[in-house]
Design a protein around this ligand. Sequence first.
Ligand SMILES: [Zn+2]
Length: 121
Amino acid sequence: MLTGGLMTEERDARHRKDKNPALCPCGASPTVLHISWECDIYQDLRKPISLPIYQNLPTCTKYSAIITADTNLTNQQIIILQESLVSIWQNYIGDFKTGHRSEMSQSKTTDEEKSFDQNGH
Ligand SMILES: [Zn+2]
C-alpha cells in the first residue's frame, strides 16, 4: 500500500495490455481509489472513515495511507484510517485471489438475467 503496489483487475488488465477494460463487480473501473474509497462492496469496512474529516485528504493519503506533516488528523484518526484501508485491501485481495470477485460479477449477471426473465422480455 505504501509503495503503490496494490494490484487490481484494472491494473492487471492494463499490464497485460488487455483491450477489454476489467470491471469491478459493482460495475465501476476497479482502480485503487475506487476500491479504497468508493466501492459499495467494501462500504461496511469503510464506515469508520466515512466521516467528513476523511473526505478531503491529500491524494497520497487516500492512495497510500501516507500522512503528510501538516495533517489535521489526530493520531487516533490516522490509526483508524490506516486500519480501515488495510482491512479493505485484505478483503479485496482475499476476494481477488479466491476468485470470489469473479463470482460476484457472475451472480450479478445471473440476477440481471433473472429479472430479465421475470419481466418477460
Ligand atoms: Zn466496485
